[in-house]
Design a protein around this ligand. Sequence first.
Ligand code: ZN
Ligand code: FE
Length: 250
Amino acid sequence: MAAYVEQAVRAGLPEMGFSDHIFMYWLPRDQRDPGLAMLEEQFDGYVEEVDRLRQAHPEIAIRLSVEADFIDGHQATLAAILDRYPWDYVLGSVHFIGDWGLDDARYVAGYDDWDVDVLCEHYFDLVCRGAETGRFDTIAHLDLVKKFGHRPRRDPRDLYARVGRRLAAAGVAVEVNTAGLRKPVGELYPHADLLVACREAGVPATLGSDAHAPEEVGADYPLAVAHLRAAGYDRVLTYEQRRRDWKALP
Ligand code: ZN
Ligand code: FE
């Protein structure tokens, strides 16, 4: 974690947020994959380490966050976990439809079980239902379902407009996330058409690199800024203690 902070400082970022993956709270302990998320017994230590790095690095603002899965039927469990810690912001995301990990390369054959347009409708409905819980400040990698290159066959603009309206009504922000550039799909999350729909609906945007290694901190931000500007955004949201603060784009 210290290496991530050092990279952020080197990259000249004025602030950064840690948003490790919440432990797989919806599964019995012996079924949680330690390769996908923190273990429950690591969670307190994670929060303490962010605090320690804050003391050690006054030259950069360090925010405490977590990326939390929306799992239908387990909302109360998640709410109780989130209530225990002083988050600056919480990222909400959907990586699972039932027990299928849709962004996991080991299970990519699962896409064969779906019509891609039905899958997109279902996936985005889950994301919006997550947003509507009110537990998340920002939705991470909004169109993760495209990760392996599965794109809607039908014109998705009507779907995207509905997603934008639901996110706006739910009061969440959308994350422009550069990790998609490092995945098979090779493009930013979310797609330009989806980002435009969010902007038209009044959904604020945030900026993230979804770094899973120190050298990825702040990766491809110039491309993300251009993506935001092309969609009509001229500022992004940041957070401190769940309060929103706008920053002008460079
Ligand atoms: Zn994620
Ligand atoms: Fe991630």
